[in-house]
Design a protein around this ligand. Structure first.
Ligand code: PEP
Ligand code: MN
Length: 337
């Protein structure tokens, strides 16, 4: 249920409504817009009589939200959310480019790659320290040692950092080193992990599960937001279809659909979507042209020697060329880079 307060309603009127709801055992999430406040009421609201709240002083309207997701919806928050990580704003005018290796492998590999992507204009450095590998025999990541390198490389090059969290026990350590917690496609419906991240106040990048519908994806984001962590960025990374030529199929339509349904920023990852380097650049151009708030791209200083996802990682020179191309596209969609 959503309670829309009158324009410029006094704080005490808003608080009176909130207190009443809380005393009845509901969770209330306040969205303070530029001229109007909206309260999201979650819990077993079926039993509530909306008229009771319509009569409260300062209430304009009480709406039952028909979508199963509430806090991620535009009904609760009309204005777009801007998620800020170490000074980098995702969801504002700037299209934010996140780049780096799939996996942190060594100091040389990470720093070489970080310097090259930073010079080309990337704002956020990616690199996995805990890897969800399809095979248990594949390299599983450097763990905390990798996180330390990521922080050091981000600091040296002036970039924020993003890395994947796979389970609850990793969260505490990661909070020290990472500016954005990435939830991978394979964990999109790990509801315990999502709830635990909802208890932190660290931005979360939630990748779309490879077989998840948009509604399931928004409900996964809802788990994080229900805990009071509203800093969620969605990331389309390709879904499984009947096509086998590419690793996955990039669902480009998810970008305008999410912008319509939700206030949350949405970025896309062409690397995991297509799975081969020669197709990453055209997809990245399409992602930006479709209005995404950012792109997440795998880059490796020496991809032939990469321990993970080498074939889909761009060479640093290719990445720099792509950034030049994106600089031409962004003004056409009213953005900056
Ligand atoms: C990754 O970003 O390296 C990754 C494992 O991505 P996904 O969860 O989308 O497969
Ligand atoms: Mn990867």
């Amino acid at each position: 249920m959503i309670i829309v307060m009158e324009k410029h309603a006094a704080d005490e009127k808003i608080e009176r409504v909130m207190e009443d709801l809380i005393s009845r055992g509901f969770d209330v999430h306040r969205s303070t817009g530029s001229d109007q406040t909206v309260l999201g009421v979650v819990g077993n609201v079926a039993s509530l009589d909306t008229r009771e709240f319509e009569l409260f002083d300062g209430v304009q309207e009480v709406i039952r939200v028909s979508e199963p997701y509430k806090l991620t919806s535009r009904t609760w928050k009309r204005e777009r959310t801007v998620v800020t990580a170490r000074g980098v704003a995702v969801g504002g005018d700037e299209v934010v480019v996140m780049a780096g290796p799939c996996t942190i492998e060594s100091e040389t590999q990470l720093f070489e790659t970080a310097r090259r992507v930073a010079r080309a204009g990337a704002r956020i450095l990616r690199g996995g320290a805990y890897k969800p590998r399809s095979s248990p025999y594949a390299f599983q990541g450097m763990g905390v040692e990798g996180l330390k390198l990521l922080r050091a490389a981000g600091d040296e090059t002036g970039m924020a950092t993003i890395s994947e969290v796979m389970e609850i026990s990793q969260i505490e350590k990661m909070l020290e080193y990472v500016d954005i917690m990435q939830v991978g496609a394979r964990n999109m419906q790990n509801f315990n992990l999502l709830s635990a991240l909802g208890q932190t106040r660290k931005p979360v990048l939630l990748k779309r599960g490879m077989s998840a519908t948009i509604q399931e994806w928004l409900l996964a984001a809802e788990y994080i937001m229900a805990g009071g962590n509203y800093d969620v960025i969605l990331c389309e990374r390709g879904i499984r279809t009947f096509e086998t030529y590419t690793r996955n199929t990039l669902d480009i339509s998810a970008i305008p659909v999410i912008h319509h349904l939700s206030h949350l920023p949405i970025i896309a990852d062409p690397s995991h979507a297509v799975g081969r380097r020669d197709k990453v650049m055209p997809l990245a151009r399409a992602i930006v042209a479709a209005g995404a708030d950012g792109v997440l791209i795998e880059v490796h200083h020496d991809p032939e020697k990469a321990l993970c996802d080498g074939p889909q990682s761009l060479y640093p020179d290719q990445f720099a060329r792509l950034m030049d191309e994106l600089r031409i596209i962004v003004p056409a969609v009213g953005r900056t880079l």
